[in-house]
Design a binder for this molecule. Structure first.
Ligand SMILES: [Zn+2]
Length: 295
């Protein structure tokens, strides 16, 4: 199934629903970071919910960023998504492979629970909107549900999952979020609670090839589809951009690197692409810096 997000409403507009298939996106992140199963499951879940959050942005340049800091072995897990469907992210330690007793990947243990989830919404205004909540289980879905309830006052059910096959590849990934709109009736609230109890892992449905609209109608038969959005793994880094960050370094540090004679290697943290700068290139950067500063 192709990656994408479907936005819908149900129960006379009292419930808003997002369903996402992110299999290719998460698999691409896995390849970029050569990530192990628990690390990619954690990163994939965070990227999926972040992509869903960004799918509501009106402007293509607006951004959403989510950062988990739970002091588990995976360390920081960060995802960023923009209004045009570009998603990127990283797990500080991509080499974690922890399994629970029931055979599932131990995402909660990997991320840890001693810490926070911080969501930043950059709407292109002067100050981005940032909100931090305490982690609940480190399983990602619960933590985002808590964030929605506390920071945005929106009661939400967040289902998100990544299925990794025995070869270590991402076989299916996706999410299903439904949220109660203000003034939702008692009947709607009860219906959503029942749906949450009946919910099967969304990655399982996606693995079976269930279409996203069908995933939504499994729980909300009266759902009305509002929009389709594309999502993809895209970093957007380039050698030129890293050249700019090198020229922002202190002259003394650049000179040291030049004297060292080994050149410089910069690894993009969002996509693990390596950029090499020769001593010659470093000299050019320093000379250019001089020219700019002499002006
Ligand atoms: Zn990059």
């Amino acid at each position: 199934m192709k990656d994408g997000i479907v936005i819908a409403e149900a129960m006379h507009g009292e419930v808003r629903i997002h369903a996402a298939c992110t299999t290719q996106l998460v698999e691409e992140a896995r390849i970029h970071h050569t990530a192990m199963p628990t690390s990619i499951a954690a990163l994939g879940r965070v990227m999926t919910v972040t992509a869903i959050m960004a799918s509501d942005l009106k402007n293509k340049k607006e951004k959403v960023q989510a950062v988990f800091n739970g002091k588990g072995p995976i360390g920081t897990v960060l995802a960023q998504a923009d209004g045009s469907g570009n998603v990127k992210g990283f797990a500080a330690n991509p080499n974690v492979y922890l399994v629970r007793k029931d055979g599932h990947l131990a995402v909660g243990e990997g991320i840890g629970t001693d810490g926070t989830l911080t969501v930043t919404r950059d709407m292109g205004l002067k100050e981005p909107f940032t909100s931090t909540v305490a982690l609940q289980s480190g399983e990602v879905g619960d933590d985002f549900a808590y964030y929605y309830a506390l920071s945005e006052q929106v009661p939400s059910v967040v289902g998100v999952g990544v299925l990794v096959n025995p070869q270590g590849k991402v076989q299916a990934a996706g999410g299903l979020i439904y949220q109660l709109m203000p003034k939702a009736s008692e009947e709607t609230i009860e219906f959503c609670e029942a749906a949450a109890k009946a919910q099967r892992p969304v990655s399982e449905l996606i693995d079976k090839g269930t279409d996203l609209e069908e995933v939504i109608r499994t729980y909300f038969p009266d759902a009305n589809v509002l929009a389709h959005r594309d999502v993809r793994f895209y970093c957007g880094c380039s050698k030129e951009k890293f050249m700019d960050s090198l020229s922002a370094l202190h002259e003394k540090d650049l000179q040291e690197m030049i004297d060292d004679g080994k050149g410089a290697e910069i690894v993009c943290q969002y996509c693990s692409t390596k950029y090499n700068f020769s001593t010659e290139e470093l000299k050019e950067i320093l000379e250019k810096k001089h020219r700019v500063e002499d002006r």
